[in-house]
Structures are given as C-alpha cells and as structure tokens.
Design a protein around this ligand. Sequence first.
Ligand SMILES: *Cc1c(COP(=O)(O)O)cnc(C)c1O
Length: 465
Amino acid sequence: MPDSPLASGPAGPTHLRPLLDTVLTALHNGTAARPGPLPAGGPTTVTEHVRRTLGDPLPEHGTDDEEALATLVHLLAQGAADPADPLCAAHLHCPPLAVATAADLAASALNPSMDSWDQAPAASALETLVTDALAGLVHPGLRPAATALVTTGATEANQLALLLARETHAPAPVHLVTGANAHHSLHRAAWLLGLPEPVTVPTPTGTLDPDTLHTSLAQLPTATVLVAATAGTTDAGHIDPLPDLADVCAHHGARLHIDAAYGGTLLFSDRRRHLLGGLDRAHTVALDLHKLGWQPVAAGLLSVRDPAEARATLAHHADYLNADDDTHAGFPDLLDRSLRTTRRPDIFKIATTLRALGRTGIGALVDQVCDLAAAFARTIDSHPRFELYARPHLSTVLFRPQHISDPALAHLRRELLTGGHAVLGRAHVDGRLWLKATLLNPHIRPSDLTALLNLVEGHTSRSSR
Ligand SMILES: *Cc1c(COP(=O)(O)O)cnc(C)c1O
C-alpha cells in the first residue's frame, strides 16, 4: 500500500505544503529553462521532448509524488506558452492573478461539487451570492433581480442562452440571427440544439449594423427570433452598437442575447462602462472572467434577466441529489443552475478576486490593458514600416508590416512561434491577413511592445529577402 496522502482533512495542509514547495520550485525552474514566451522548435520538437521526458504514460509501478510533480511541472512550465510573458499576446488567454490561482488551489483541495448542497454547503451559498452580485452589475435595478449561471466559458454560456430561448418559445423553432462577426460557438450551439440554420447578417464594417438587422428581421417570424450581438469580437475587439440593436429587437419583439465574453468586464471600469450601454437590455449576457478577468480557466458566466425562466428550463430531478422532501426541508436544489452534474466551484476564485481587488481594482486592470493597447496602436500608426488596422476598442491591436503578402505574413507568424520568440495571433479582416496582439497582461510596458515590433520587423526583412 503506497503512501498516498490526501489534500483535505486535518492533515491535508501538512501533506500539501512540501508538495507545493516542489511545485513552486519546478514552476520556477521550468519557466527559467524556457528562454522565451513559448518553447522553441515547434510541434515536432516539443512533442518529442514531452515523449522522452514522460516515458511510459501508464507505468506499471509509479515513482512517487515528489518525483512526479518535479518532473511533470517542470515539463509543463518549460513547454508552456506563458501569457505572463510580454511577447505572448495571441489569444484571449490571460495570465491569471496569483490570488485567483491560490484560491483555486483551495477549491481543488476541498473539492466541493456544485450538484448538491451536501457536497458544497458554503460553496453553493457563495455561488448564489456572488453570481447574483455579478448579475446585478450586468442587469442592474431589476425586481426580481437577475442571476447568473456559472459556465465553463462563453461557449457553454452561448449554448445555454440558445437553450433558454428555444425552451421559452417551444414548440415554435427559434431562428438565431447573428452578425458575421459573431463567435463560431453560436453556430455550433444552434447545430447542437437542433435549431434551424442561423441567419448570418454581413458585417463589412466589423459590427452588426442596426439597419441591416432591421431589414433581416423584417423577413422573419420575429416572435421566435433570437438575435445574438457581440460586445468585444474575438478578432478585433469590436463592440456592436448595443442600444440601437436593442431598439431594433424591441421593435420586432425579438429576443436579444449579447456575447460579452471579451468586453463584459468593461462593466468594472468607471472610465469604460459606458461602452457597454444597452447591455442590460439583453435577456441573456455571456461573460468570461478567464479573459479580461484574469482568472485561471474556467470562469464563464451567463447573466439571465429572468431567473425563473432559467430555473424552469434547467429544472431536473434526480432523487439522490434533490429529493423533494429534502428540498421542502430547506436544502437548496442546485440542479437547476447548470446542465452539468459534478461541477467545480469556479465561483470561489472569482469571489476571492472580487474581495481582494474590489470592483475598482479589476476596473483598473481593464483600463491598464486598454490604455496600453491604445498607446501601442499609436506607435504602430506613426511607424513608417507598419500598418494599423484601426484604433482599438478593447485591448486587441491588429497590425501588419507594410509590403508583405498574406502568405509571407502567415509564414512570419509561424516562424515566431517555432523560434519560440513571440506568440501573436492572426485575423482575416478587410480581406487581408493581420497580426493580432491581444493585450491582457497589465504588467507589460510600452518598451515590451517596442521590442515586439522590432522583432516582427527583423523577421519581416528576413522573410522578404
Ligand atoms: C472566447 C469567446 C467565446 C468562447 O468562450 P470560451 O470561454 O472559449 O468558451 C465566445 N465568444 C466570444 C466573443 C469570445 O471571445
């Protein structure tokens, strides 16, 4: 019988402490062993290194806790694309706050599961209070108040939004209407839920135009239409004109969902909250705190203005989790808060972060990265050898070296990746390919971004030689 200490219980912390020390040392050393934001060599090299270090993934006999942690944490850190590195800025992939990550450790140690009260007494109470408070930020001033469902991300939040619309209108089929700028997960959700083929409204300017939406809705049975708008597109950070779109929806009696996966946390910023005017008029709003909220994955939310509708749609009975007599005796029924059964207490790291930073603390981080993006855009705009797509709305900057073909630019991006030099994204807008810098790291400095430009410029002259 091997010595397999547990994480919880009276001795849990004592068992964890030396292992955490091993983890932190390996994180430190593994990160130091990676000279740049990601490992050099590209997929083949990295996979080979992992294969060699791992050896047999399912050994007949194990090593021990210390060895396994030291080896694999080092491997993971050395092979990471580290969003805390200033040159790692491809995706909505944030560097998590230390406080949120430390809180997540406690959640892992205690392992509450959010499918029944008797697995998560305090965690479930915390989830209700914190989600209600966050929903109050999205949908203020409602009686009864809004609530929010915790999801694995905006993909699941979008699915739930479509499900709520489908069930509310059943048996009539719900037509999803989105801009071409909408996230792909909405189309997948429509497919998953068996909805009719979504109507995609062209968005040549990058945002959903209210007049164009009006014309599209005029051709549909709008009592059963769900319009999905976007507050912060993944490619460019565009925010659809929400108040005007809400007016168009109200005029047609269409239901409105807003995918605010990226832009939603502007709500925390006194300087930028006005950019989300109209958000509160949506029936449902998707938010992702694992993007501009600095949480470790997963930290998604769906704010719903009508909690009764959500409860009725998700209501589900499983005697071992929510027997009627238990519910009548006052034990909360948690199954109507998710489609999942076993569920991590992802609200806990969020609750801890909100307490540690406060609304204004998070707002300041949001402002920091948005200001940084604006400054970076100005630098690019005044640079003789770079072209800027547009002034950023959020923290995404699209740019490209001048006089480079799309295939050469795509090649340049891969060269930066395989060299381990920089992680930049790509986006096709305006019929051209652009490099995408999604700035989510509040600690980077303007000089880091100058270094990034210099790096791209160096590779540009090399690839055009
Ligand atoms: C990231 C993103 C999603 C998907 O969210 P996940 O958290 O990855 O599931 C949906 N919509 C938009 C606009 C996004 O940026």
